[in-house]
Write a protein that binds this ligand. Sequence first.
Ligand code: AMP
Length: 540
Amino acid sequence: MTKTNPIVHGLMMDVPLTIPSLLTFAARYHSETEIVSCTSDLGRFRYNYAKAQRRAGRLSNALRRLGIKRGDRVGTFAFNDHRHFELYFAIPALGAIVHTINPRIGAEALSYIVKHADDKLIFVDPSLLATLHGAIPDFPLERLVILTGDRTLAGQYPGILIYEDLLLNESEDFALVDIEEREASGLCYTSGTTGMPKGALYSHRSTVLVAMAACAAGAMAISGAETVLPVVPMFHVNAWGVVHASAMAGAKLVLPGANLSASALTPLMDDEAVTISVGVPTVWRDLLIHLDETGRKPRVLSRLVMGGSNPPSEMIDGFELRHGISILHGWGMTEIGGTGSIGTAHHGSSQLADADKRKLKLKQGHALWGSDLRLIDDAGKEVPADNTSSGHLMIRGPWVVGGYFGNDDNSSFENGWFRTGDVARIDADGFLEITDRAKDVIKSGGEWISSLAIEAVAREHPAVADAAVIGIPDPKWQERPLLIVVPRERHTVVQDELLDFVGARLPKWWRPEGVVFSDTLPRNANGKVLKTALRDQYVI
Ligand code: AMP
């Protein structure tokens, strides 16, 4: 008979990985490090981690007084500011769950998720109150808290609570409960293009690990020496973990509020000596135009992290070559709670020739420890990571969802892996290239054409402001690409010239069948192009 060895446990302390511990750490060891925040009632407000913790302590006691208990969902409908920061820590301190709600999702989805999440309270930015109340008119006003010290709006909404009033008479000591690290801490709904939103329910442990991964030198390298400006909203995937990471590292944090225009961001970056900022290509596009037009270089900004959609090469080159700002291109999604891959150098890639390094920047970076990636084909068979073969991107790791909140649909979960819905290629070093959403992939003559690749090339044309590609039915090839283009102001371009431009830079058979010019592209709440709407419009 074979004897199995008994498990020998390590004799290490079992200290749980919890969100409040991040702020407690920052308040203790980085007490004077500043948090700067833009709000409508205070303008540009500044305080520090020690003061933030004391206010978060008051808030946690106020939440308890209002009846918030372990496991309750508390909604936030807000921009990136210091009060949202306080909510990020005070709600999980009680074992309750921060449900960040995207203000752009539309009334129907909004009312659906507030009901589905069963939010007990919702904290709302004053400028978003009318939208929220309009979408959920039956939600009791005495369960809504306006994120302000200004009482002007209170008269119009009888019974509504004012954030600063809540904090007035509370103790500063955190109303902490003993939290287990696997308890839920955050809830974020997808803003999918089909069906109703689905909830990703993050845990304390996953959130702390995402923060730790963001701090790693091979990722965003957030340290106490940095000043971090999260432009990616705190309502979207915990701002990719950079708010928690800033507290973990004791970095100075600059929260930009509602105004994300380049003319508002550039002085903020300069005055506050921002070293790293994080956001989507749409915002960075405006910043690049602004920098080019004004000829101003940001004072100390050295790195921009971009993800959420693929930036064109012209944008990456523009920042890096004209303005000396390094681009870190990454990939992630709501279901990952943070970053899944990021474009820092590898031993091999750091030896590449400059032109190849530039090409690599267009990829979505490489896998990080904690986000294991693989590709499978339609039949579920593994596709090699050979930089050429495309497959369905699967991911697993400690910060990847294992199911959806209050939803029995397990169709995205297969043998311990999550099906991302993205189609990609991976090379031997783990560098990832997203080529499409599976639903948007164009199948032509049995092969896949990458709509993202055609769009990226089209956007390089000087007359193109934006571009989207969809598949249109074709009797011979099954599907062929159609290019939809938003022309740049004061530029004209004709179809054939654009097709030649695109065709010359891609495999011959990827050349689109035609071009449609349009004033705008339909987008979802996170700014992603709604290809379903384009197909409804252009596929007859
Ligand atoms: P969301 O859950 O709204 O954050 O959307 C996640 C999806 O955005 C991913 O599944 C990808 O389809 C897309 N995405 C994220 N980052 C990138 C990127 N760097 N390039 C291309 N697509 C991206």
